[in-house]
Design a binder for this molecule. Structure first.
Ligand SMILES: Cc1cc2nc3c(=O)[nH]c(=O)nc-3n(C[C@H](O)[C@H](O)[C@H](O)COP(=O)(O)OP(=O)(O)OC[C@H]3O[C@@H](n4cnc5c(N)ncnc54)[C@H](O)[C@@H]3O)c2cc1C
Length: 353
């Protein structure tokens, strides 16, 4: 799984870097490489718990046929190879965090804040936010908002927060199954609920989950959640309905509901940028937005003729990096060189044959 490909910095710190990349999709990842070629350091923020954006979230196993010189590659493999390619440049990742606020630091640099209280300052921001941030779909349970963030959650941001809990996990996709397997060793009890006996999750995870059920280490019910019971934000049980048992209550103190994700433009809408067709307007020379020092690449970028393709985002990363160079090193002249003849780069990247 792409989840373990990069380490994420602990949330809440204050960081300084050259470029803040919002979005760890393929274009945000390749931007790390193109910036790295110019000796520009980057921090990358993504609300998801893994890099890869749409490639890993929406089509990890589908073959992509239009990455130049690669006949066929899955979304998951492309992400792995991008992560491998950018490793020498040592970008810092902030996963599971949403870039929420844009401001300026006293020295005039840009400052991004996340919903977990991390701050990063840099002279340049590169928005690579694709179709927007992936956000969980809320389950259609009456009154669920009274419990959200206290005992009902749609993502696991810190695994240890679920230690010793009596957890009901609802859903049949990869997130539901992955967290069932991951939390089982530390939870007091795990009950998995899905409305059907078959799952969308990877078959290997389903097999592992079934083995835990057979071993009596977790419970599994084919049922649908009808309501939540509890007080003051603390859930005490979940009312479920199943064909066999009708409506009944399952005691728990935590509900993790994984009902899929939607993509929303989110806080970037309030960054004061010019928008066209719900995307950020950029020039096609540097892929800079209407605000100096803020660039945008990939699916989120709008310009006449834009194609929402990974290869377009790769091209945009290269030109964005050259534009960013002048903000990061205002007194230096950019010396363009091919990677084939850049000896210092070859030593760093290990490309010597
Ligand atoms: C089913 C399907 C098949 C496709 N097949 C192909 C194909 O064959 N070839 C091809 O070239 N393209 C294909 N595409 C399109 C391709 O996936 C996109 O062009 C590509 O993913 C865009 O990359 P990106 O990095 O711009 O954005 P994304 O991949 O969308 O990644 C953006 C990331 O930014 C994060 N983000 C957004 N806002 C915030 C925020 N405020 N804070 C934190 N994180 C944020 C999101 O969570 C997301 O992870 C396909 C798309 C789909 C859906």
């Amino acid at each position: 799984m792409a989840a373990n490909l990069v380490e994420s910095a602990p949330p809440g710190g204050a960081h300084e870097t050259d470029v803040i990349i919002i979005g760890a999709g393929p274009c945000g990842l390749f931007a790390v490489f193109e910036l790295g070629l110019l000796n520009i350091k980057a921090h990358v923020i993504d609300i998801l718990d893994k890099p890869g954006g749409q490639c890993t979230e929406l089509y990890p196993e589908k073959p992509i046929l239009d990455i130049p010189a690669i006949k066929t590659i899955t979304g998951e493999q492309l992400t792995k190879q991008l992560i491998d390619q950018i490793k020498p440049f040592g970008a810092t990742f902030h996963l599971n965090e949403m870039a929420t606020g844009l401001g300026k630091s006293p020295d005039g640099k840009w400052k991004i804040e996340t919903d977990l209280g991390t701050t990063i300052t840099a002279p340049v921001i590169c928005i690579a936010a694709g179709g927007g941030s992936f956000q969980p779909k809320k389950p259609p349970i009456p009154g669920v908002e009274d419990f959200e963030g206290q005992s009902v959650f749609y993502a696991v941001r810190q695994r240890d927060a679920f230690k010793g809990k009596n957890i009901i996990i609802a859903g049949g996709g990869d997130s539901a199954l992955d967290w069932t397997l991951n939390l089982e060793p530390i939870a007091e009890k795990i009950t998995l609920i899905h409305r059907r006996p078959d799952f969308r999750a990877a078959p290997d995870s389903v097999d592992k989950m079934k083995a835990l059920v057979d071993a009596g280490r977790i419970d599994f019910h084919v049922s649908q959640i009808k309501g939540l019971n509890g007080d003051g934000g603390q859930i005490e049980s979940v009312s479920v309905e199943s064909k066999e048992d009708g409506e009944h209550d399952l005691p728990c103190n935590t509900l993790l509901a994984f009902y899929g994700l939607t993509m929303k433009l989110g806080p970037i809408a309030d960054f004061g940028l010019n928008f066209a067709e719900n995307r950020v307007e950029v020039d096609t020379e540097k892929f800079e937005t209407s605000v100096p020092g803020i660039f945008c690449i990939g699916d989120m970028a709008y310009y006449p003729g834009k194609l929402k393709l990974i290869l377009s985002g790769f091209h945009e990363s290269a030109l964005m990096s050259h534009g960013a160079f002048h903000y990061v090193f205002p007194d230096k002249k950019l010396k363009f060189q091919h990677t084939t003849s850049a000896k210092d780069l070859q030593a760093q990247i290990g490309g010597k044959s």
